[in-house]
Write a new protein. Structure first.
Length: 167
């Protein structure tokens, strides 16, 4: 499965990168101040300050071994992210065209660190919290959908901010 994912990424990477550039220009020309602020806030849900808060909160909401799992998850995701960015060497969109990002580090762009770390962190927390508090089927499904929506919103905010592409 993982090999298929990497093959799919390799085959579609350039196409999706080129497809994104004109869309990013349209987004940049039509940015509204309110949605830009909202996008920045959503993006911060997967940044260092949020991670510090979340890791600290898990030590209050979960037992120590499970809170440690959350800590290990975020640090593992960051390690894998560093390896993948070094392997992919893909420029951010504003490196190759005249886009102005809202805020970004000057490093490689693929994969999105915010997307990878937030997805791994929030889905791990979702699973551990559902187990810890014996969530019934309804709450597991509902909370999973909410968690996935947050992860999608974070990924979209990174594209809206002009720092990532569709791939």
């Amino acid at each position: 499965m993982l090999v298929a994912f990497f093959l799919f990424d390799l085959l579609t990477r350039e196409f999706l990168f080129q497809l994104t550039l004109p869309h990013l220009k349209v987004i940049e020309q039509n940015r509204s101040e309110g949605f830009t602020k909202l996008s920045a806030i959503v993006s911060e849900l997967s940044d260092k300050y949020a991670y510090v808060f979340i890791i600290g909160a898990t030590y209050h909401l979960l037992d120590v071994p499970n809170a440690f799992v959350v800590s290990v998850t975020i640090y593992t995701a960051l390690g894998v992210l560093s390896l993948l960015k070094s392997f992919n060497h893909e420029a951010r969109p504003f490196f190759v065209t005249n886009l102005t990002p809202t805020k970004c580090w000057l490093e490689y762009g693929n994969p999105s660190g915010h997307s990878i770390t937030s997805t791994s962190l929030y889905l791990t927390m979702w699973d551990l919290l559902c187990r810890r508090y014996n969530a019934d089927r309804y709450w597991r499904i509902y909370s999973c959908l909410c968690t996935i929506m947050v992860c999608i919103a974070i990924a979209f905010s990174r594209i809206y901010n002009g720092v990532h592409t569709y791939n």
